[in-house]
Design a protein around this ligand. Structure first.
Ligand code: CDT
Length: 309
């Protein structure tokens, strides 16, 4: 029997968005996914990282302003208003990943969380920016996120929303235990994470066959060790020739996968998340206040790289 604090969440996985796909066609897909999620009882729909465009950091442009068209200037805007309108009409909230170009010219990889009444809860800026800063001509494709985005100066927040405490992270953030723990220390109960993960990891191709394993490993561990639900949502499939991981999943505070995508295309998976399950872990084995030893964890915040002792 579900408890009193449940939220039915949909992970709205997307197949590829090609370079030629315009915003209105992509938003129409997002609205289709929203409808399916609503039919299946979802109150919150989570979309992938950079859901509105192709994963443009795979190309380098000498003049960064030539990439301005991949960024949103505001949210909502004319292109995304149909999604905001339809979600509000249905009483469904959502979390949307996109590139944001601020009025000050700064560039961010963000997710915006929208409540069921259409109000914006928060916009989270990606903290861990992977890949490289400069053009690397020998690669089969670029991963120049460090050229296109600044890292968040704020890190990880947790917001009261959907009857619980909701946090956000974006793609590479999910590989770092600190992401979950900083939210865990704010009492997070539900973490929302969009991602774009190429199967081919250029610096070390031996990792290619492990992409699915690592994806599950980090989200299951992060959920369990912090007693939180985690919703990971891919943009998968072959996008502009680059094969990307699907395997969107909803993970319980036990670390168990309760729903997982079967395709690498547009696909909705749904789970009813009982937020009171979090205390089964945060109130027992991971009772932070009782068992953590911050006095011996100083290196985690005082040092970035390895210092040999
Ligand atoms: N989008 C994103 O962060 N992707 C990275 C790819 C590996 S780093 C080149 C990820 O961690 O999945």
């Amino acid at each position: 029997m579900p408890g009193s604090r449940t939220v039915t969440v949909a992970a709205a996985q997307m197949g590829p968005v090609q370079r030629s796909d315009d915003r209105s066609a992509v938003v129409a897909r997002l609205v289709d996914l929203l409808h399916e999620a609503h039919r299946r009882g979802a109150e919150l729909v989570v979309y992938p990282e950079l859901a509105l465009t192709t994963f443009f950091p795979r190309w380098f442009v000498e003049d960064i302003t030539a990439a301005d068209h991949w960024y949103e200037r505001s949210m909502p805007n004319a292109a995304t208003q149909p999604l905001f309108d339809e979600a509000r009409r249905l009483g469904v909230g959502f979390c949307l990943g996109y590139a944001l170009l601020g009025e000050d010219g700064r560039r961010w990889n963000v997710q915006t969380l929208v409540e069921r009444d259409g109000s914006i809860v928060a916009t989270y800026r990606k903290t861990h920016i992977p890949g490289h800063e400069h053009h690397e001509p020998d690669r089969p494709f670029q991963h120049a996120e460090r050229y296109y985005f600044e890292p968040s100066p704020d890190g990880f927040g947790v917001w009261p929303a959907f009857g619980g405490r909701v946090g956000m992270m974006i793609c590479n953030d999910r590989r770092w235990p600190e992401s979950y723990r900083v939210m865990g220390l704010q009492g997070v109960e539900l973490i929302l994470c969009g991602y774009n993960t190429p199967i081919h990891y250029v610096p070390d191709p031996s990792q290619d066959i492990l992409q699915g394993f690592h994806n599950a490993l980090v989200m299951q561990a992060g959920a369990y060790q912090n007693g939180t639900w985690v919703v990971g949502v891919a943009k998968g499939g072959v996008e502009e020739g680059v094969d990307s991981l699907g395997q969107s999943m909803i993970v319980a505070p036990s670390g168990q996968i309760v729903a997982q995508a079967l395709t690498t295309d547009d696909e909705v998976i749904v789970a009813t998340c009982d937020l009171d399950w979090c205390t089964r872990y945060t109130g027992t084995l991971f009772d932070f206040d009782r068992y953590r030893r911050p006095e011996v964890y100083g290196r985690i915040t005082s040092q970035r790289g390895v210092i040999l002792s």
